[in-house]
Design a protein around this ligand. Structure first.
Ligand code: NAD
Length: 251
Protein backbone atom coordinates (compact mmCIF):
# COMPACT_ATOMS: atom_id res chain seq x y z
CA UNK A 1 0.00 0.00 0.00
CA UNK A 2 1.24 3.53 -0.58
CA UNK A 3 0.01 7.04 0.07
CA UNK A 4 -1.28 6.06 3.51
CA UNK A 5 -0.39 9.49 4.89
CA UNK A 6 -1.07 11.47 1.71
CA UNK A 7 -1.34 15.20 2.36
CA UNK A 8 -0.62 14.87 6.08
CA UNK A 9 1.98 16.61 8.22
CA UNK A 10 4.10 14.60 10.65
CA UNK A 11 6.30 16.09 13.35
CA UNK A 12 9.02 13.77 14.59
CA UNK A 13 11.44 14.53 17.40
CA UNK A 14 14.86 12.92 17.00
CA UNK A 15 14.54 12.47 13.24
CA UNK A 16 18.12 12.86 12.07
CA UNK A 17 19.20 9.25 12.50
CA UNK A 18 18.19 5.84 13.82
CA UNK A 19 14.53 5.04 14.38
CA UNK A 20 13.32 8.63 13.87
CA UNK A 21 15.13 8.86 10.53
CA UNK A 22 13.34 5.76 9.29
CA UNK A 23 10.00 7.13 10.51
CA UNK A 24 10.66 10.38 8.63
CA UNK A 25 11.56 8.67 5.37
CA UNK A 26 8.78 6.07 5.58
CA UNK A 27 6.13 8.67 6.40
CA UNK A 28 7.40 10.84 3.50
CA UNK A 29 7.23 7.81 1.20
CA UNK A 30 3.61 7.46 2.30
CA UNK A 31 2.87 11.05 1.30
CA UNK A 32 3.45 13.16 4.42
CA UNK A 33 5.40 16.37 4.76
CA UNK A 34 7.85 16.03 7.62
CA UNK A 35 9.16 18.31 10.34
CA UNK A 36 11.82 16.87 12.59
CA UNK A 37 14.21 18.05 15.21
CA UNK A 38 17.53 16.69 16.38
CA UNK A 39 20.33 17.61 18.76
CA UNK A 40 23.41 19.05 17.03
CA UNK A 41 23.29 16.63 14.11
CA UNK A 42 23.18 18.97 11.12
CA UNK A 43 24.82 16.45 8.79
CA UNK A 44 22.31 13.74 9.61
CA UNK A 45 19.44 16.23 9.36
CA UNK A 46 20.58 17.44 5.94
CA UNK A 47 20.76 13.86 4.69
CA UNK A 48 17.25 13.04 5.94
CA UNK A 49 15.84 16.31 4.56
CA UNK A 50 17.42 15.46 1.20
CA UNK A 51 15.76 12.05 1.31
CA UNK A 52 12.37 13.61 2.06
CA UNK A 53 12.77 16.11 -0.78
CA UNK A 54 13.79 13.30 -3.16
CA UNK A 55 10.44 11.68 -2.34
CA UNK A 56 8.68 14.86 -3.40
CA UNK A 57 7.71 15.94 0.10
CA UNK A 58 8.56 19.05 2.12
CA UNK A 59 10.95 18.94 5.07
CA UNK A 60 11.45 21.32 7.98
CA UNK A 61 14.15 20.66 10.55
CA UNK A 62 15.93 22.29 13.44
CA UNK A 63 18.45 21.47 16.13
CA UNK A 64 16.68 21.91 19.45
CA UNK A 65 17.09 20.20 22.79
CA UNK A 66 13.68 18.67 23.55
CA UNK A 67 14.40 19.18 27.26
CA UNK A 68 14.22 22.92 26.54
CA UNK A 69 10.43 23.24 26.71
CA UNK A 70 10.28 26.71 25.16
CA UNK A 71 12.60 25.60 22.37
CA UNK A 72 10.50 22.51 21.72
CA UNK A 73 7.27 24.53 21.66
CA UNK A 74 8.91 27.02 19.29
CA UNK A 75 10.03 24.24 16.95
CA UNK A 76 6.50 22.80 16.79
CA UNK A 77 4.92 26.23 16.31
CA UNK A 78 7.32 27.08 13.46
CA UNK A 79 6.96 23.61 11.91
CA UNK A 80 3.18 24.00 11.76
CA UNK A 81 3.58 27.52 10.33
CA UNK A 82 5.87 26.12 7.62
CA UNK A 83 4.09 22.89 6.74
CA UNK A 84 0.56 23.16 8.14
CA UNK A 85 -1.25 21.66 11.14
CA UNK A 86 0.23 18.53 12.65
CA UNK A 87 -1.64 15.31 11.89
CA UNK A 88 0.89 12.92 13.44
CA UNK A 89 3.27 13.65 16.31
CA UNK A 90 6.06 11.17 17.00
CA UNK A 91 7.72 11.93 20.30
CA UNK A 92 10.81 9.87 19.65
CA UNK A 93 14.00 11.75 20.63
CA UNK A 94 15.94 9.86 23.23
CA UNK A 95 19.26 9.11 24.84
CA UNK A 96 20.60 7.21 27.83
CA UNK A 97 22.86 8.03 30.76
CA UNK A 98 24.15 4.81 32.25
CA UNK A 99 25.75 3.90 35.53
CA UNK A 100 25.18 2.11 38.83
CA UNK A 101 22.34 3.54 40.91
CA UNK A 102 24.76 4.37 43.75
CA UNK A 103 26.88 6.67 41.62
CA UNK A 104 24.46 8.24 39.12
CA UNK A 105 23.89 11.87 40.14
CA UNK A 106 20.44 13.42 40.48
CA UNK A 107 21.22 15.59 37.46
CA UNK A 108 21.40 12.52 35.22
CA UNK A 109 18.02 11.35 36.46
CA UNK A 110 16.53 14.80 35.84
CA UNK A 111 18.04 14.95 32.36
CA UNK A 112 16.73 11.54 31.25
CA UNK A 113 13.26 12.30 32.60
CA UNK A 114 13.25 15.70 30.88
CA UNK A 115 14.33 14.36 27.47
CA UNK A 116 11.82 11.52 27.42
CA UNK A 117 8.89 12.30 29.73
CA UNK A 118 8.68 16.07 29.98
CA UNK A 119 9.28 16.42 26.24
CA UNK A 120 6.45 13.99 25.48
CA UNK A 121 4.18 16.09 27.71
CA UNK A 122 5.25 19.41 26.18
CA UNK A 123 5.06 18.25 22.57
CA UNK A 124 1.65 16.62 23.03
CA UNK A 125 0.33 19.82 24.61
CA UNK A 126 1.71 21.85 21.72
CA UNK A 127 -0.34 19.96 19.11
CA UNK A 128 -3.34 19.06 21.29
CA UNK A 129 -5.68 22.01 20.79
CA UNK A 130 -5.24 21.97 17.03
CA UNK A 131 -5.88 18.24 16.80
CA UNK A 132 -8.91 18.56 19.08
CA UNK A 133 -10.31 21.42 16.98
CA UNK A 134 -9.91 19.33 13.82
CA UNK A 135 -11.26 16.24 15.56
CA UNK A 136 -8.36 14.12 14.42
CA UNK A 137 -4.75 13.42 15.38
CA UNK A 138 -2.26 10.73 16.19
CA UNK A 139 0.35 10.92 18.93
CA UNK A 140 2.96 8.18 18.98
CA UNK A 141 5.53 7.98 21.74
CA UNK A 142 8.69 5.89 21.54
CA UNK A 143 8.99 4.02 24.83
CA UNK A 144 11.12 0.85 25.16
CA UNK A 145 10.59 -2.78 26.03
CA UNK A 146 13.00 -2.06 28.90
CA UNK A 147 9.97 -0.44 30.57
CA UNK A 148 8.76 -4.01 31.12
CA UNK A 149 12.06 -5.83 31.40
CA UNK A 150 14.20 -3.48 33.46
CA UNK A 151 17.94 -3.45 33.12
CA UNK A 152 21.14 -2.93 35.07
CA UNK A 153 22.74 0.51 35.18
CA UNK A 154 19.81 2.23 33.48
CA UNK A 155 17.38 3.11 36.28
CA UNK A 156 16.61 6.62 34.94
CA UNK A 157 16.00 5.33 31.39
CA UNK A 158 13.74 2.47 32.49
CA UNK A 159 11.85 4.82 34.81
CA UNK A 160 11.33 7.29 31.96
CA UNK A 161 10.18 4.65 29.49
CA UNK A 162 7.77 3.10 32.00
CA UNK A 163 6.39 6.58 32.67
CA UNK A 164 5.67 6.92 28.97
CA UNK A 165 3.60 3.72 29.03
CA UNK A 166 1.48 5.33 31.76
CA UNK A 167 1.46 8.64 29.89
CA UNK A 168 -0.19 7.14 26.81
CA UNK A 169 -2.65 5.13 28.89
CA UNK A 170 -3.87 8.26 30.65
CA UNK A 171 -3.68 10.75 27.80
CA UNK A 172 -5.38 8.39 25.35
CA UNK A 173 -8.51 8.38 27.52
CA UNK A 174 -8.76 12.16 27.19
CA UNK A 175 -7.80 12.08 23.52
CA UNK A 176 -10.00 9.34 22.07
CA UNK A 177 -13.31 11.19 22.54
CA UNK A 178 -11.74 14.13 20.68
CA UNK A 179 -10.45 11.95 17.84
CA UNK A 180 -6.85 12.04 19.07
CA UNK A 181 -5.37 8.55 19.32
CA UNK A 182 -2.38 8.28 21.65
CA UNK A 183 -0.20 5.17 21.69
CA UNK A 184 3.36 4.06 22.30
CA UNK A 185 5.89 1.80 20.66
CA UNK A 186 8.20 -0.19 22.91
CA UNK A 187 11.02 -1.40 20.66
CA UNK A 188 13.35 -4.18 21.59
CA UNK A 189 17.06 -3.86 20.89
CA UNK A 190 17.71 -2.12 17.56
CA UNK A 191 20.96 -1.27 15.82
CA UNK A 192 21.36 2.53 16.00
CA UNK A 193 23.92 5.03 17.29
CA UNK A 194 22.28 4.69 20.71
CA UNK A 195 23.12 1.00 20.95
CA UNK A 196 26.46 1.40 19.16
CA UNK A 197 27.61 2.89 22.50
CA UNK A 198 27.25 -0.58 23.99
CA UNK A 199 30.40 -1.72 22.22
CA UNK A 200 31.74 -4.29 19.81
CA UNK A 201 29.75 -7.50 19.61
CA UNK A 202 26.63 -6.09 21.30
CA UNK A 203 24.35 -6.82 18.36
CA UNK A 204 25.59 -10.42 17.98
CA UNK A 205 25.42 -11.18 21.69
CA UNK A 206 22.03 -9.57 22.17
CA UNK A 207 20.56 -11.00 19.01
CA UNK A 208 21.64 -14.51 19.98
CA UNK A 209 19.52 -14.22 23.15
CA UNK A 210 16.31 -13.39 21.27
CA UNK A 211 13.87 -15.96 19.89
CA UNK A 212 14.25 -14.36 16.46
CA UNK A 213 18.05 -14.67 16.64
CA UNK A 214 18.98 -11.08 15.79
CA UNK A 215 18.49 -7.50 16.92
CA UNK A 216 16.02 -5.23 15.15
CA UNK A 217 16.42 -2.71 12.34
CA UNK A 218 15.16 0.88 12.59
CA UNK A 219 12.88 0.28 9.59
CA UNK A 220 11.06 -2.45 11.54
CA UNK A 221 10.20 0.05 14.27
CA UNK A 222 9.20 2.74 11.77
CA UNK A 223 6.75 0.26 10.25
CA UNK A 224 5.04 -0.06 13.63
CA UNK A 225 4.80 3.73 13.81
CA UNK A 226 3.20 3.79 10.37
CA UNK A 227 0.64 1.25 11.52
CA UNK A 228 -0.34 3.51 14.42
CA UNK A 229 -0.30 6.64 12.25
CA UNK A 230 -2.33 5.24 9.36
CA UNK A 231 -5.97 4.50 8.74
CA UNK A 232 -7.56 2.01 9.07
CA UNK A 233 -4.52 0.26 10.58
CA UNK A 234 -4.23 2.60 13.54
CA UNK A 235 -7.89 3.43 13.99
CA UNK A 236 -8.62 1.07 16.90
CA UNK A 237 -5.44 1.51 18.98
CA UNK A 238 -6.06 3.60 22.11
CA UNK A 239 -3.45 3.80 24.87
CA UNK A 240 -1.67 0.73 23.54
CA UNK A 241 2.03 0.03 23.77
CA UNK A 242 3.00 -2.19 20.87
CA UNK A 243 6.33 -3.90 21.14
CA UNK A 244 8.29 -5.03 18.10
CA UNK A 245 11.07 -6.79 20.00
CA UNK A 246 12.03 -10.09 18.37
CA UNK A 247 10.29 -12.01 21.15
CA UNK A 248 12.47 -10.68 23.96
CA UNK A 249 9.45 -9.73 26.08
CA UNK A 250 6.08 -11.26 25.24
CA UNK A 251 2.90 -9.65 26.50
P1 NAD B 1 19.74 7.53 17.92
O1 NAD B 1 20.80 7.95 18.86
O2 NAD B 1 20.10 6.78 16.69
O3 NAD B 1 18.87 8.81 17.48
C1 NAD B 1 18.39 9.69 18.46
C2 NAD B 1 17.77 10.90 17.77
O4 NAD B 1 17.27 11.75 18.80
C3 NAD B 1 18.78 11.72 16.99
O5 NAD B 1 18.13 12.38 15.91
C4 NAD B 1 19.24 12.75 18.03
O6 NAD B 1 19.76 13.95 17.45
C5 NAD B 1 17.94 13.01 18.74
N1 NAD B 1 18.10 13.48 20.11
C6 NAD B 1 18.74 12.90 21.14
N2 NAD B 1 18.65 13.65 22.24
C7 NAD B 1 17.94 14.76 21.89
C8 NAD B 1 17.52 15.92 22.58
N3 NAD B 1 17.83 16.14 23.87
N4 NAD B 1 16.82 16.86 21.89
C9 NAD B 1 16.52 16.69 20.59
N5 NAD B 1 16.87 15.60 19.89
C10 NAD B 1 17.58 14.65 20.54
O7 NAD B 1 18.71 6.69 18.82
P2 NAD B 1 17.55 5.66 18.45
O8 NAD B 1 18.03 4.30 18.87
O9 NAD B 1 17.05 5.87 17.08
O10 NAD B 1 16.46 6.09 19.53
C11 NAD B 1 15.22 6.69 19.17
C12 NAD B 1 14.23 6.41 20.29
O11 NAD B 1 14.04 5.00 20.39
C13 NAD B 1 14.69 6.86 21.66
O12 NAD B 1 13.59 7.38 22.38
C14 NAD B 1 15.19 5.59 22.31
O13 NAD B 1 15.14 5.65 23.70
C15 NAD B 1 14.19 4.60 21.72
N6 NAD B 1 14.59 3.19 21.76
C16 NAD B 1 15.71 2.76 21.11
C17 NAD B 1 16.04 1.41 21.15
C18 NAD B 1 17.28 0.88 20.47
O14 NAD B 1 17.63 -0.30 20.72
N7 NAD B 1 17.94 1.63 19.62
C19 NAD B 1 15.22 0.51 21.82
C20 NAD B 1 14.08 0.98 22.48
C21 NAD B 1 13.77 2.34 22.42
Amino acid sequence: MSGQLAGQVAIITGGSRGIGREMALLFAREGADIAFCHLDDEAGAAEVAGGIAALGRRAFHRSVDVADSDGLRGFIRDAEAALGPCDVLCSNAGMNLRGPFETLPDEHFDRVIAVHVKAAWVSAKAVWDGMAARGRGRIIVTASQLAFKGGIGIVPYVTAKAALVGFVRALSREGAPKGILVNAIAPGPVTTDLTAQLGEGWAERTGAGLPIGRVGKPAEIAAAALLLASSPGGDFFVGATISPNGGDVMH
